[in-house]
Write a protein that binds this ligand. Structure first.
Ligand code: DAH
Length: 352
């Protein structure tokens, strides 16, 4: 190819490149133009390869034309690149603009289950009186659930609670009372009296309905010391009733029967709704049954290694669901276990 043709080609290549650069819409397109012209397989590279076929006096002419190409190309390229980068940054900043006046998105937080709130409130009350909170197994031995609670095999009162048996000796506990025996066995009475509560799940082979659940929660209470009397029990229950149901509450004890207490009593609180006049909550009686309790049977003490001549005590057991149902006017125990958030979120916050 003649030097003139090469010179001309170089020049028109520079013009073409210049036009393409000016029309490029992105930095990416710009990079592609660079490859197209001066990359290994680029169009200018093809012209440069002609250099070796030229005469010596023609070589500087083409050399000059090529360097002229680079000058023009690089100048336009750099200018365009700066402009495009600016444009792209601007577009990016606009796309990412934060409107600080928009209201924030609040993360949805769960609520503590109303039974948990109720249980902790009851725990706090007894902790304040110096009780300890102890745990017991949900899968329990017949020995603790029944025998040591003064319910020997074939005792008719075993039928009071329909039991989920795992085998002859092992069951799901039907009440939290077995924790009484477990705690008495390990308590060091030389170090001081025993004052404990034990909350937890219990299980009964009941058909579920508005007031029955095959699984529910109880809190057991036990105080063992020298010369504990029914008056101590009554005073404690009165304080409890007032803490949970209002300062105006009164209590009344009615004779009852439990195998593990003698005497046994059922405790009622004066109706927090009508104050005793009679309403639908207290079924026109003015009183609401709240828990079972009594003076620990001497045989129960002895079976757990406590000397009944020296020590006496009181015990009580209450249903957490029942307390929550009364306080919040909940009409069906199944609400607690259906995990319907419309029910659960009504009890926001509360006791933390
Ligand atoms: N364990 C009894 C029940 O589940 C409740 C109870 C009654 C517990 C009297 C006691 C008590 O400690 O003294 O029905």
């Amino acid at each position: 190819m003649s030097i003139d043709t090469l010179q001309q080609q170089t020049q028109s290549l520079a013009e073409a490149a210049q036009k393409e650069i000016s029309e490029a819409h992105s930095t990416q397109a710009l990079q592609e133009i660079r490859v197209k012209y001066s990359g290994k397989k680029g169009e200018l590279t093809a012209i440069s390869k002609e250099m070796r076929n030229l005469d010596n006096d023609e070589k500087p002419i083409l050399g000059k034309a090529i360097s002229e190409f680079h000058n023009v190309f690089n100048t336009h390229f750099a200018e365009k690149e700066t402009a495009l980068k600016e444009q792209e940054l601007k577009a990016q900043l606009e796309a990412e603009t934060l409107d600080v006046t928009l209201p924030g998105r609040k993360p949805t937080t769960g609520t503590r289950h109303i039974l948990t709130q109720t249980r902790e409130e009851i725990e706090d009350f007894f902790l304040g009186l110096g009780y300890q909170v102890v745990d017991g197994p949900e899968v329990e031995l017949d020995l603790y659930n029944f025998e040591k609670m003064n319910l020997p095999k074939n005792h008719p009162a075993r039928d009071m609670q329909d039991t989920f048996y795992i085998d002859d000796e092992v069951m799901l506990r039907t009440h939290t009372s077995p924790v009484q025996a477990r705690t008495m066995e390990t308590h060091d009475f030389d170090a001081g009296p025993l004052k404990m509560i034990s909350p937890g799940k219990v299980f009964r082979r009941d058909d579920d309905d508005a007031t029955h659940s095959h699984q529910f929660q109880q809190i057991e209470g036990l105080v063992i010391d020298k010369q504990v009397t029914l008056a101590d029990l009554k005073g404690t229950l009165l304080l409890f009733a007032r803490a949970m149901f209002g300062a105006d509450r009164d209590i009344r004890l009615r004779p009852s029967y439990f195998p593990f207490t003698e005497p046994s009593v059922e405790a009622d609180i004066s109706c927090f709704k009508c104050g005793g006049a009679g309403c639908h909550i207290c079924k026109q009686t003015g009183w609401i049954e709240i828990l079972g309790s009594g003076i620990v049977h001497p045989d129960v003490l002895e079976m757990s290694g406590v000397n009944a001549d020296e020590y006496s005590g009181f015990a009580f057991g209450l249903g957490i669901e029942r307390v929550a149902m009364l306080r919040h006017n909940i009409d069906d125990i199944r609400h607690f276990y259906q995990n319907d958030t419309r029910f659960l979120t009504q009890f926001k916050g509360g006791h933390q």
